[in-house]
Design a protein around this ligand. Structure first.
Ligand code: NI
Length: 223
């Protein structure tokens, strides 16, 4: 039984890594043969077919779940702390040179487009680099984008728990000749409903319009 569970979990992670890889490759090399082929693969998952509605997740894949973290004010929080609001969740780190700032800007721009409805959405930026991203470092960073964004950190074990729940891939990477490390990480925006259940997944490169319309669609279904 244990073995079956492990095999199934491994398979699901492989699907998400493949998904992440295809989205990334298609973005890095949009006009190459690889990029074109890869967009075809991404299309199988619905990534290309329904950008505003988010990426289709294969049936039965569980995304999200309990987490125990520390917010950017140093308070212990869990997933239950945000019940009653939609969570817009992104995993990244504050010294990320490019992808994280871009995605955070997109999230904030999407909230701006939602107008007053954005009040029911809490944007969460979960660090995959808890070693450097302390609560105060996170606070200084996320508030640069928007005061509504909440930074979350924790012990390495707590971050690993949250990342596992959201099937986030992350790993330290030290470029040759560098004394500091970067973090490789998957880049998805997750929308969770007010009960904490998975609602939608948006790939890297989704526009603020894609995000806003995808969120809007789900908000209106629930109300
Ligand atoms: Ni990043």
């Amino acid at each position: 039984m244990q073995r079956t569970i492990r095999a199934v979990a491994g398979g699901l992670i492989a699907v998400l890594v493949l998904l992440w890889g295809t989205v990334w490759l298609a973005r890095e090399a949009p006009n190459s043969a690889v990029g074109v082929a890869v967009r075809g693969v991404a299309g199988l998952f619905g990534g290309a077919a329904a950008p505003s509605a988010g990426i289709a997740v294969p049936g039965g894949v569980q995304i999200g779940g309990p987490f125990h973290l520390v917010d950017d004010q140093g308070r212990a929080v869990t997933d239950a702390s945000y019940r009653g609001r939609w969570m817009l969740v992104y995993f990244g780190y504050t010294t990320c040179p490019d992808v994280c700032p871009t995605e955070l800007q997109t999230m904030v721009a999407a909230l701006d487009k939602l107008g007053p409805e954005a009040a029911s959405v809490v944007p969460l930026f979960v660090t995959v680099d808890p070693e450097r991203d302390t609560p105060s470092v996170l606070a200084g960073y996320v508030k640069l984008f928007d005061p509504r964004v909440v930074g979350l950190t924790g012990t390495p074990e707590q971050i690993a728990e949250a990342a596992r729940a959201y099937r986030v891939y992350y790993a330290k990477a030290t470029p040759k000749g560098s004394s500091t490390y970067l973090m490789d990480h998957s880049s998805f925006v997750y929308l969770m409903d007010p009960q904490g259940r998975f609602s939608a997944l948006f790939g890297q490169g989704s526009s603020a319009d894609d995000l806003a319309s995808g969120i809007q669609e789900r908000l209106s279904q629930k109300s």
